[in-house]
Ligand binder design. Structure first.
Ligand code: URA
Length: 242
């Protein structure tokens, strides 16, 4: 069983730094399992002990984390992988909370992935009823013609069901050349790849560049950053529709 110092536990709850937590303990505001602890050296079992501050139960999940990662290729977007493949969790090790990926990107897809420990927020982003737009850039073999673009824009059949109308356009990237920009709000398995394949386009690579109002910007691949409060509010308020 993993025991930890009480002040570290309080700091992990996002209430104060460890030094600050020591002061809080010494001031007699903390109880463990109903017993006042106002001295240093107390170790607790975070799985089973109940810690109260000023009479309110606190736990590390009290503090909400919202981060965005630029996912590289060859990582799975799950917390654990039965096949032993690298998971995105390895790239966000320094976050000391039980965060998890919001939605998924394929093993071979790169780009914007949100991770959080806020279930309500994760649900808001992934629930189909909220129709949050996600924008993808695909490198393809040749430009899409008008017929292909119209098919994607009206909906194509994949896995026996028609996709909702998407935005689709050819774009020229000064560095990488021809690309296709696709905006969808659904989240079917390998949806963008299958949509492009269904209109006869060969996909060389796929990257997600935005989720609702949140954009990847120039965050390097494999790196993460905190999503600001303003960005979270914008995502919540506008439901991400652009
Ligand atoms: N569509 C895909 O095909 N793959 C992804 O990872 C996300 C959307």
């Amino acid at each position: 069983m993993l025991f930890m110092r009480l002040q570290k536990y309080i700091a992990d709850c996002g209430i104060a730094s460890r030094r600050g937590a020591e002061k809080i303990i010494e001031s007699g505001r903390v109880c463990v399992n109903g017993e006042l602890v106002d001295y240093m050296g107390c170790e607790i079992n975070p799985e089973s002990d109940i810690v109260e501050l000023d009479g309110e139960v606190i736990n590390p999940e009290t503090k909400k984390y919202y981060i965005m990662l630029n996912k590289p290729k060859n990582y799975v977007t799950t917390v654990k992988d039965d096949l032993g493949r690298p998971t995105v969790m390895e790239l966000v090790r320094d976050i000391n909370a039980r965060i998890y990926p919001v939605g998924r990107l394929d093993f071979d897809t790169t780009g914007l992935l949100i991770l959080t420990n806020d279930g309500e927020f994760a649900n808001m982003i992934t629930h189909p009823a909220h129709e949050i737009n996600k924008v993808y850039i695909a490198r393809v073999d040749k430009p899409l013609d008008e017929e292909q673009l119209t098919l994607l824009r009206t909906g194509v059949e994949i896995d026996g069901a028609k996709t909702a109308p998407a935005k689709a356009e050819n774009v020229k990237n000064p560095k990488r050349g021809l690309e296709v920009k696709i905006t969808i709000h659904e989240g079917k398995n390998r949806q963008v790849r299958k949509m492009l394949e269904s209109v006869g386009s060969e996909v060389y690579s796929l990257k997600r560049i935005s989720v609702g109002s949140l954009t990847l910007g120039n965050l390097p691949e494999g790196k993460w950053r905190k999503i600001s409060e303003a960005e979270i509010n914008k995502l919540r308020g506008r439901k991400g529709k652009k």
